[in-house]
Design a protein around this ligand. Sequence first.
Ligand code: NAD
Ligand code: DAU
Length: 341
Amino acid sequence: MANKKVVVTGGAGFIGGNYVQYMVDKYPNYDIYNLDELTYAGDLTKHQELEKKENYHFVKADIADRDTIMPLFENEKFDYVVHFAAESHVDRSITDPEIFIRTNVLGTQVLLDAAKAITVKKFVHVSTDEVYGELDFDPTTFFTEDTPLQPNSPYSASKASSDFLVRAYHETYGLPVNITRCSNNYGPYHFPEKLIPLTISRVLNDEKVPVYGDGKNIRDWLHVQDHCSAIDLVLHEGANGEVYNVGGHNERTNLEVVKTIIKTLEKSEDLIEFVTDRLGHDKRYAIDPTKLEKLGWKPTYNFETGIAQTIDWYLENKSWWEQIISGEYKDYFDKQYSING
Ligand code: NAD
Ligand code: DAU
């Protein structure tokens, strides 16, 4: 029997990159195609080992480029699509929303058309808990799959729009789809513009860590490996048309996260600098993962074990993040923040 063909969009990014590695190792009888445009957030150096494997393939392409995507899908006849590719950083969406609409909305629609044209077996759309908006600080409230979508940032609005398109292609054309909505990820290869890798890299360099507002906003942190296993399960076992929330009940204030990293690295809390708050800053995210747990998913990390593993990884892989923060990222950082120390 021919190998199953899985196309993973955004497989040069943080979560897609971890997922491609997970799938290539776990399923030697699947051909895994990493389709990525290699924007500022994509890098292939992380896949040097994978490139030696016969079941890994890379295709450089823009998901919003219909003239490339349609013939690619017609030629390759993929069985499964797992769609990660996106503009993913909230702060960038506040400064420049347009690219978020092009990539996240139009790009998703092009992929849906391509998947429909070849009747794929499953299209998994990797979405986010941010589409639900924000929760207040009452610790007994959670996002469920039935929570109404109320996105607050241009990023989350673009993701919610793509979720609606995925739903519509299921309802209208019968495309077999799933939507996953995960909480904040962290772990190896997390791009240093996001809170956890930004904090680790700056603390290691004895530089100030910018904390927005009063630092009391809450995020629900999940190790990226647990997100990968959730998507694998949904790909194979998810009921067609269903949405699955992904999260492991690891709620922390931003200040708690930053202080944990500083303490682990034995540095001083004087490195914390409170800076102007993010516009429209969502107060709290927290996932109820009951539906996915009933499908058989269980995370392997809690926040303590996951953050320790992640800090070790950043210590052992300095060359990966040092080449990022010394490049065009430096201009981004200087524009985004008014601190340099
Ligand atoms: P990332 O920014 O690290 O990676 C995005 C990848 O997509 C990059 O490799 C980039 O080159 C690629 N890409 C961007 N535009 C493209 C285009 N037009 N065509 C092809 N490739 C393109 O993102 P991430 O943090 O790994 O997030 C991946 C997905 O997971 C996103 O859809 C995001 O919304 C979702 N998600 C992220 C988190 C999180 O905490 N990071 C949590 C829940 C859901
Ligand atoms: O919840 C899932 C989402 O998590 C994903 O959909 C997004 O793609 C991903 O980027 C992430 O979004 P957040 O905005 O929650 O992540 P970020 O790391 O940018 O910020 C986490 C929290 O830390 C948030 O409350 C803002 C705060 N923050 C962030 C940065 C970059 C700071 O206080 N200082 C900072 O410098």
